[in-house]
Design a protein around this ligand. Structure first.
Ligand code: GYE
Length: 307
């Protein structure tokens, strides 16, 4: 049986720190910016870091973590491809007492036991913001039933699970959401455009809200809606998550309705945590990065949050 006892992490000294960062994939702008930010923060603080990319494959991620350990990395940061499948990699680190910090796509294991802590946006809160936005916009418009197409990200991640759960929690509270479609488009703009085109065709365009788990997909969905002759913010609302500059510009142009910011740039928070751990401080089990819901009413004042 899996141990539930708190793990004794062996933090290196400051001058011995060698960080291994196992990135899940580089399939979106978000992930690329995230990896660049980790490299920048390590360079600025003078720490050695090796960054590897699992290309969306959990087996690859396990061997990536093994090779980081073999190279002598003494703190491991992981953005998990899959919240369950990451467990064997966590076990490898635990055997050696190497501290693991989860980042952005978490683990379904236990903090303090399977990993030290988790730095991330609160994805449930993001989903709730999106649900509340959809409810208000549709209610103001006089709709009784809200027909939703939920376009999901790469399945297996805690980001996708929680963005879905938060939105569905609001839907349950309100009681008038009808989920016509729930389908993954893997965080990809082109895939989302195709999925949305099919949805619009099979429903005759009868969708009130496209809730997209990231902005890339929202931008693809927007193209599909425009091709189908739908007027965004009149016939249909499109909500994303992330807060890319491109999305902010689309909100100003009226081709995306709203987004929830979710910055990929919080490497400094992670390194602050590593430094605290090395200094012998006890870390919390979760550090939430703040998000802001953005629509046409507040896009200008929040523009600088973009990436
Ligand atoms: O929203 C999406 C990316 O895990 C929070 O992954 C991250 C998500 C982000 O590919 O664009």
């Amino acid at each position: 049986a899996a141990s539930t006892e708190a793990t004794e992490w062996k933090w290196p000294s400051k001058d011995e720190l060698y960080v291994g960062y196992s990135q899940a994939d580089l399939a979106s702008t978000w992930r690329t910016v995230e990896s660049e930010d980790m490299q920048r923060a390590a360079d600025e603080r003078g720490y050695k870091i090796t960054i590897v990319n699992a290309e969306g494959d959990s087996e690859q991620q396990l061997s990536d973590v093994e090779s980081l350990l073999a190279q002598g990395c003494n703190v491991i940061v992981i953005t998990a491809v899959d919240g369950d499948a990451i467990q064997p990699a966590l076990d490898k680190c635990k055997e050696k007492g190497v501290p693991v910090i989860m980042k952005a796509r978490g683990s379904n294991g236990t903090p303090g036991v399977d990993y030290v802590t988790f730095y991330s946006s609160d994805f449930v809160a993001e989903g709730r913001y999106a649900g509340e936005w959809a409810y208000k916009a549709c209610t103001d418009k006089g709709l009784d039933t809200i027909k939703v197409a939920e376009i999901q990200g790469i399945l297996g991640g805690t980001d996708v699970r929680d963005r879905s759960d938060g939105f569905h929690a609001v839907a349950e509270e309100k009681g008038n959401f009808d989920f016509v479609v729930q389908q993954t488009a893997n965080f990809s703009r082109t895939e989302a455009q195709e999925v949305a085109a099919n949805v619009l065709q099979s429903t005759g365009g009868d969708i009130d809200v496209f809730y997209c788990h990231n902005d890339e997909m929202a931008l693809g969905v927007s193209l599909a809606c425009q091709s189908a002759g739908l007027k965004i913010n009149e016939d249909v609302y499109i909500i994303g998550v992330d807060g890319m500059y491109e999305t902010f510009d689309a909100i100003k142009a009226g081709t995306i309705s709203a987004t929830i910011t979710c910055t990929p740039k919080f490497a400094d928070e992670v390194f602050d945590g590593i430094e605290a751990g090395m200094a012998g401080e006890k870390l919390d089990t979760f550090y939430a990065i703040e998000d802001v819901p953005v629509d046409a009413t507040n896009v200008d004042e929040n523009y600088d949050l973009g990436f």
